[in-house]
Design a protein around this ligand. Structure first.
Ligand code: UD1
Ligand code: UDP
Length: 377
């Protein structure tokens, strides 16, 4: 029997984390599927950390990352460089994830090739064209192109239905980030790394706030305000340790190092390997972030999150009370963080464990659906 050919495409750290369990799930079915992995390497070091942890060796590596890359060139290069791969491998299905430039350009190239485009993490919407920028539009374009939509939640399915996407092309699976988290948590607990042990020695059992941030719409004034708020929180809570793995984007590195570089209870560190980051999330009392993925992981770990954005395409955790949107407003970030550090009752209400984003079986459901589409079950 002829095998079904899958091409799984990703390029940045979060896509890699969220697609790794799908690569593994298809690998267990290799009598039915021939599955190849292509990375655009829109990210390089931050992507390679994830590939190493999940032991994935890409079949194709476009190696596209350039320092301070721009969206025009990156988009064009992805489409052009995918052409020979798509023509050589001729996949039946191409899988793209989420809302990055790799996702959007990959879905266009996949469509041109005649492959069926499967969108993993489909249907999230803020309905604000420029927030997040350019991700909201990347996701909408990919949603328009895709043949199969793997929506993580009923809310995301509903967003697609409202855009007249046919019901029979949408499957609610949960988010694959929870598949990755649940399998990795076990590994992390079994073998805490040397890095984690040396970090813990510096933290000396003190209370930790974990920070991450990278969104393009926060570059410039937004990051100046974020850093001002973090500086104030650190100075008014001298025993609390703020740990900030700083994204490698120079537009993030510059203000963060300039404003926060010399504060003794702020630890600016390099981006962490995924397993170490999970350990740090678990170790923290509170997370302040603008990350999409972290908003999804934190409820599963029972961690309150302040999200430094005005809108979110992930309303489930806000509704459940684990996440509060604080934007990049200095006073709001300080007030909410201080309240969570001092008000025990509020902290405990926000620290409830729950899983609005999935139960760890998303990839099984995706594989099952592709089998059903091909009458393989
Ligand atoms: C990208 C995605 C964003 C996603 C984020 C996750 C787009 C437009 N943006 O944003 O949706 O949320 O990744 O982190 O798709 N860099 C390195 N090494 C790395 C990674 C980045 O040096 O491993 C630096 C380079 O100078 C690069 C710059 O960061 O040019 C920006 O990378 P880019 O992928 O364009 O944007 P991100 O802000 O990382
Ligand atoms: N993450 C990581 N190391 C870090 C920071 C984050 O492995 O130092 C992981 C985190 O667990 C989550 C993902 O990276 O799964 C989020 O990536 P990012 O915030 O860059 O992108 P977004 O989710 O906002 O697109």
């Amino acid at each position: 029997m002829k095998k079904i050919k899958n091409l799984i495409l990703f390029g940045t750290r979060p896509e890699a984390i969220k697609m790794a369990p799908l690569v593994k799930a298809f690998e267990t079915e290799n009598e039915l599927f021939e599955t190849k992995v292509c990375v655009t390497a829109q990210h390089r070091e931050m992507l390679d950390q994830v590939l190493a942890f999940f032991e994935i060796t890409p079949d194709y590596d476009l190696n596209l990352m350039k320092p301070r890359q721009n969206l025009y060139e990156l988009t064009a290069n992805i489409i052009v460089q995918l052409k020979p791969i798509l023509e050589d491998f001729t996949p039946d299905y191409i899988y793209v994830h989420g809302d990055t430039t790799t996702t959007m350009a990959g879905s266009i190239a996949g469509f041109y090739s005649g492959a069926k485009v499967c969108h993993v993490e489909a249907g999230l919407r803020t309905h604000h064209k420029r927030a997040p920028f350019p991700e909201e539009i990347n996701r909408q374009i990919t949603g328009r192109i895709a043949d199969v939509h793997f929506a993580p939640t009923p809310t995301s399915k509903n967003n697609l239905l409202q855009e007249n996407i046919p019901d029979e092309t949408i499957v609610v699976t949960g988010n694959t980030v929870i598949d990755a988290l649940l399998t990795s948590v076990e590994k992390v607990n079994k073998e805490p790394s040397d890095y984690v042990q040396s970090l813990e020695a510096k933290l000396a059992d003190k209370e930790v706030i974990l920070i991450t941030g990278h969104r393009r719409e926060n570059h410039g004034d937004g990051f100046e305000r974020i850093c001002k708020a973090l500086k104030h929180i650190a100075e008014t809570n001298p025993t609390t340790q703020l740990v900030y793995p700083v994204h490698l984007n120079p537009k993030v590195q510059e203000p963060v190092n300039r404003i926060l570089g010399d504060i003794s209870n702020i630890h600016l560190i390099t981006p962490l390997a995924y397993q170490d980051f999970i350990w740090l999330m678990n170790r923290s009392k509170l997370i302040i972030t603008d990350s999409g993925g972290v908003q999804e992981e934190a409820p599963s770990l029972g961690k309150p999150v302040l999200v430094m954005r005005d809108t979110t395409e992930r309303p489930e955790a806000v509704e459940a009370g684990t996440v509060i949107l604080v934007g990049t407003n200095v006073d709001k970030i300080i007030t909410e963080a201080t309240s969570l550090l001092t008000d025990k009752e509020r902290f405990s209400t926000m620290s409830k464990l729950h899983n609005p984003y999935g139960d760890g079986n998303a990839c099984k459901k995706i594989v099952q659906h592709i089998k059903e589409l091909n009458s393989l079950v």
